[in-house]
Design a binder for this molecule. Structure first.
Ligand code: ZN
Length: 408
């Protein structure tokens, strides 16, 4: 008999942006099979009945710019990005479990520190042997090492001619990755002025785009300079990260592709460098040098404009640094509200419904037929998204109809 769960006496935030409503939700197997408003009872047969006592039932969140291999998390700070492979695998598995603990039931990778770590991790999670979010896996990011501060390890094969770039795309697909990440520009965090340094020519970006369409793999990129964003749009990149310097033409191009493209700016890293990194040697002068202040100021202009144009902007990103550890990812929702003018509901929709669209799965909504990735939250996050940063408030985490953390 199929495993069934019935949530009753819950306030349902369904991810669509509609106001929460009192009701019930039934789950059978890995799917939601019924959503009813108060007054209508769903069948109890064979179900484990969970009494919500007015708590909020909402979709699991999606981390849109995940780095599960970045070592630091809220349990343990590791002041390095380089670990022996054996430790790295285990640290990444720990990070996956923590990400799920904190209410993120899906993660879309923005690059890995190992070629097959995420592929192996994704497969172990999907098989049910390790706890973690649904994962769209990636391999090592490819940039141009030692150009405007791009660190070593950001070019796995050093193939730079067009044929080599095409081989690279097919090789990453062959590793079993869902997505691959390129640094189309460098970054102020690597070297002052780096954000304006383009690392791939138009011709190279086009060749990569064509190869990715042939191989059947999604493209993601780090893009700061306006021209990097435009290059990504023209080459058919699906996810574009950061985009601080997007100008009007870049915004027009994103808007024209708004049904196929996603943006994840990752404000959390810049915020952490300004406010929470002093113990890690990053004071105000260093944060300034790394472009944290200017980056957040630019985002505060460009992200509201993207939202106005209907471009899908998602929270999350670049957690895993010692001063920006994995487990704090939900802070991005607060930053969307405080810095970008999102309402709490808008920020939640971005983390859930839009996240489901990013994952290209029936996810991110409490809706009949959708996968049962659900959180039971003490309080109303549509009033205050900061609740989601408090682990004690996330009282149950369900993924695919099974409790990762059952309510007490
Ligand atoms: Zn990143």
């Amino acid at each position: 008999m199929t495993q069934a769960t019935l949530f009753t006496d819950v306030r349902i935030f369904d991810g669509s942006g509609a106001a929460p409503f009192a009701g019930e939700v039934r789950v059978e197997g890995d799917r939601i099979t019924g959503v009813a408003r108060a007054g209508t009872a769903l069948p109890r047969e064979g179900a484990n009945v969970i009494h919500g006592r007015g708590r909020t039932l909402m979709p699991g969140m999606v981390e849109a710019h995940a780095h599960l291999t970045w070592p630091s998390n809220v349990d343990r700070v590791l002041r390095t990005m380089k670990l022996p492979l054996e430790e790295h695998m285990l640290v990444s598995a720990h990070n996956a479990r923590l990400t799920l603990d904190h209410g993120f039931t899906s993660a879309y990778s923005a690059g890995s520190l190992g070629e097959r770590i995420e592929v192996a991790l994704r497969d172990m999670i999907d098989a049910g042997f390790l706890p973690g979010p649904r994962l769209k896996a990636s391999a090592l990011e490819k940039g141009m090492e030692n150009v405007m501060g791009v660190p070593e390890g950001h070019d796995s094969d050093h193939e730079r001619d067009l044929a080599g770039l095409v081989r690279f795309v097919h090789r990453v697909k062959g590793l079993g990755c869902d997505t691959l990440k390129l640094l189309l520009s460098s970054d102020e965090g690597f070297a002052p002025g780096g954000s304006q340094q383009l690392l791939y020519s138009e011709e190279e970006a086009q060749a990569i785009g064509q190869a990715a369409r042939e191989a059947g793999i999604w493209l993601a990129c780090h893009a700061q300079a306006a021209e990097a964003v435009k290059r990504a749009c023209r080459a058919g990149f699906r996810v574009i990260y950061h985009c601080c310097y997007a100008d009007n033409e870049a915004l027009d191009m994103l808007e024209a592709r708004r049904d196929e493209v996603f943006v994840a700016p990752a404000p959390g890293l810049l915020y952490a460098r300004i406010h929470e990194a002093a113990d890690f040697g990053i004071g105000p002068a260093e944060a300034e040098k790394m472009g944290a202040y200017s980056g957040l100021e630019l985002m505060a202009q460009v992200i509201p404009e993207m939202r106005r144009r209907g471009i899908r902007v998602l929270p999350g990103g670049d957690y895993g640094f010692p001063y920006n550890p994995i487990g704090r990812n939900a802070r991005d929702l607060q930053l969307f509200v405080e810095l970008f003018g999102y309402t709490p509901t808008d920020a939640l929709v971005a983390a859930t419904k839009l996240g489901g669209e990013l994952m290209a799965m029936d996810l991110g909504q409490v809706r009949e037929g959708y996968l049962a990735d659900l959180l039971l939250v003490d309080g109303d996050p549509t009033q205050d998204v900061r609740l989601l940063q408090d682990l004690s408030r996330i009282q149950a985490v369900m993924k695919g109809g099974l409790f990762h953390r059952a309510p007490a």
